[in-house]
Design a protein around this ligand. Sequence first.
Ligand code: G6P
Length: 586
Amino acid sequence: MCGIVGFIGMPVKGTLITDSLKKLEYRGYDSWGVAFLSKGRIESFRAVGSINKIPKKIQEISSNLAIGHTRWATHGRICKNNAHPHLSSGNDITLVHNGIIDNFSELKTRLSGNSFNSDTDSEVILKLIEEKMDSGSDLLHAVSFAVSLLKGSFALLVFSSIEPAKLIAVKNESPLLLGVSDKGIFAASDQIPLRNFTDRFVFLEDGDIALISKNSFECFDFSLNPVERKIIKVESNVTSSGKLKYSHFMLKEIMEQPFVLKDVLVQDKKNFSEISFLIKKSNLVFIANGTSFNACLFGKEFFSRIAGINPRVIEASEFPYELDFLPENSLIFALSQSGETADVLDSVRKARKKGFKIISMVNVFNSSLVRLSDKVIYLNCGEEIGVASTKAFTSQIALLFLLANSFAGKFDSALIELNSVSSLMQQAIDFNLDSVKALSAKIKSFGDVYFIGRNLNYAVALEAALKLKEISYIHAEAFQAGSLKHGPLALISKGIPVIVVAPKDKVFSDTINNAIEAKSRGAFIVGVSNESNEVFDFFIKLPKVNELLFPLVSIIPLQLLAFHTAVFLERNPDRPRNLAKSVTVK
Ligand code: G6P
């Protein structure tokens, strides 16, 4: 979703800001814009679509104060006027915003004497600042006044040509951090665009205003009382952040899963025992969205099979409605790759207010979820850029397996077992690399694709269907294999692909019977298994592995299937339409 960058420091080329903004593309966006202070005036540029043709005027500009924005439309349609940065009527104040202002209609009524250039909630903030500055206030006090009136989530960057030595950053329930470098001070939605410039970050807290100059910063609360925020040095991630030899980030992230697993498994045993101890005393509730939600389903199965407890799994957007019915000893276990997903953060904040403890499993260092948690397990799988989550998913499964085993006193043996899965994941790739591409060439012509599985493998089916639909836009749905005859069989017509996730386990023959039922009605059966069967029209062959860890190998060819299908259909798997990597609004 919306991404923001800002800079104040020594004069830099305009392309430094657009290049940084490009690094936020992965969050998802539909339009973009930049504003620079140049020769005492604000120069701005906005466009709908991708950041590709950078106008000459930006390429040539040299500026020491700039802001930029990628917009994922919420309030107001996708058009140039709704893109950020917004400019005041005197062209002397400019602002970018990520988040949603809940009371914007009320505020717009209050500002009814003003003329607005956009339909966005963000422009209301700018008008409040403008009004205050027009009545004699300085920029900092005007921003403090405006934000004290806002309800909702907002990360803001603001500067004014009237006070050209200041960049102001505000954070409230939307991500924003500062990066301190030799060139000057940056602000951004996350660390990724700043990695080339610094490893020193300031993680702003909700309710912070930062007043930034070219070589220093001060932080305040919304009433302008000083607050202390430290610079934290963050080591670079384990994997390279580029695409390397791959055409897309998603392909790179799928292919690196076997060796990333080794990094993921470097975990602190003591942290796992402390978390296990907390779980022992509690009613465990998993919450997450999207792929992380699917990973929670494995957490539930691992805890019930290995640890003998039966946790609940609640989709984070539904969690607030369940909150009042949870037992007092509930322990909320939140999973999130980004640590910035708005529904997860909202649920966690509400759970904390009720006095529940929070454990999280997160990839991004010191993200908002980390700061709301009592204990954290880091995925350590390196930056994940593709919108469709892949390596974070397998990392989550591996660590949930490790945690359930730690709870059962088997941390060390589970660690050995998990380490041995790495080469089996590689085999899952090697066995199927070309054949899955050929299967994609067939699948791409279908409007519907179904996935079936039983228990753990139903969760694999859910995740495989999510991958296919989100990047290829083909309707893909998962069913519990046994439920086919209670409705879904009516959907089967000649040639429809049914992908059957069925390892050789004690329910193998039941699942095969369901595949036969579908085949008898004309379905084209793709078997995903470590055992061939005559019902399979196409076989995705997998190595033998402990049945609880089969998902770690079976999901990989299914991720590749989704990837190649999207590419055949000329859809960019890294940036699927309408979707965002980091969903920072509810
Ligand atoms: C978005 C992304 C998904 C992701 C989900 C949860 O919907 O497109 O890929 O699984 O958010 O993200 P999180 O960062 O909380 O795991």
